[in-house]
Design a binder for this molecule. Structure first.
Ligand code: NAD
Length: 257
């Protein structure tokens, strides 16, 4: 899929992995809609790259529909959806005081990470389906989702987060099969430890990131958001990549504590 002259919607595009993706897609000629809760950052980035910001809570159907509509209205055919909005959460199934994991926090994480991805994937794909095919294969568009290695080997206290990301991995093959009839590919990336504001900022956050990234095999460092954005673009540009879940993690394999 050629990125030049198409429109794209990137959820979570105001920070971290989403922001790097927004900048990369724009640099390769796409009109990008940033669908994010963070108005200040989202607007500033959109202004910088000549994109569009739409304040969006991905768990709210109507707001996602408005972000997709903004891409349709841009005049450039909608061809790309990148799901990067997400939140982390740490809470044990039963905590040290013997209390069970709160139901509300579990619901919140599932609602943003999993339902949010589902919302943009289905509403975005329905809009892509209305475009003319872009090439002789009949391809109309590409969806890239962001899960996590926590979907595959979640750490202590990552029950809700792992469940939300596991759901994204689980949707990848059926979504790719469903959407094959409209010429849309679907791939999911499982990042390891990538240096973004999701871990917070300051000394304590740096210590935490150092600890988290200790089991990285090579290169012995955190990943960068730019490297993530490069992989997103590879998945969009390579027309034979479909229905795949890809680890992006410097070879990290987490062990139980
Ligand atoms: N950074 C990592 O190491 C890492 C590892 C694995 C997976 N991930 C996943 O990658 C994605 C991006 O993470 P990041 O590190 O860039 O985080 P980040 O905190 O830098 O960015 C996340 C963005 O999502 C937005 N967001 C949060 N809730 C939202 C909602 N309900 N609706 C719309 N936008 C919302 C935030 O405003 C923020 O701009 C997340 O899904 C995260 O779970 C990150």
């Amino acid at each position: 899929m050629d990125l030049n002259g198409v429109s794209a919607v990137v959820s979570g595009g105001a920070s971290g992995l989403g922001e790097a993706t927004v900048r990369d897609l724009a640099a390769h000629g796409s009109k990008v809609v940033i669908a994010d809760l963070n108005e200040d950052k989202g607007k500033a980035i959109a202004d910088e790259i000549g994109g569009i910001f739409v304040k969006t809570d991905v768990s709210a159907e109507a707001e996602v529909a408005a972000a997709v509509q903004a891409a349709v209205d841009s005049g450039a055919p909608l061809r790309v959806i990148v799901n990067s909005a997400g939140i982390g959460w740490a809470e044990r199934t039963v905590n040290r005081e013997g209390a069970p994991h709160a139901f509300e926090t579990y619901q919140k994480v599932i609602s943003i990470n999993l339902f949010g991805t589902f919302n943009l994937m289905r509403i975005g794909a329905a809009a892509i389906a209305k475009t003319e095919p872009a090439d002789a294969d009949g391809e109309r568009g590409v969806i890239v989702n962001t899960a996590s290695v926590a979907a595959l080997e979640g750490q202590t206290g990552q029950l809700a987060y792992s469940a939300s990301k596991g759901g994204i991995v689980g949707m990848t093959v059926p979504a790719a099969r469903d959407l094959s009839v409209i010429g849309v590919r679907v791939n999911t990336i499982c990042p390891g430890i990538i240096d973004t504001p999701i871990y917070g900022e300051g000394e304590a956050a740096d210590e935490w990131k150092k600890k988290l990234s200790a089991p990285v095999a090579f290169p012995k460092r955190l990943g960068t958001a730019t490297e993530f954005a490069h992989l997103v673009r590879m998945l969009i540009e390579n027309d034979y990549m479909n229905a795949e879940t890809i680890r992006f993690d410097g070879g990290i394999r987490f062990q139980p504590k």
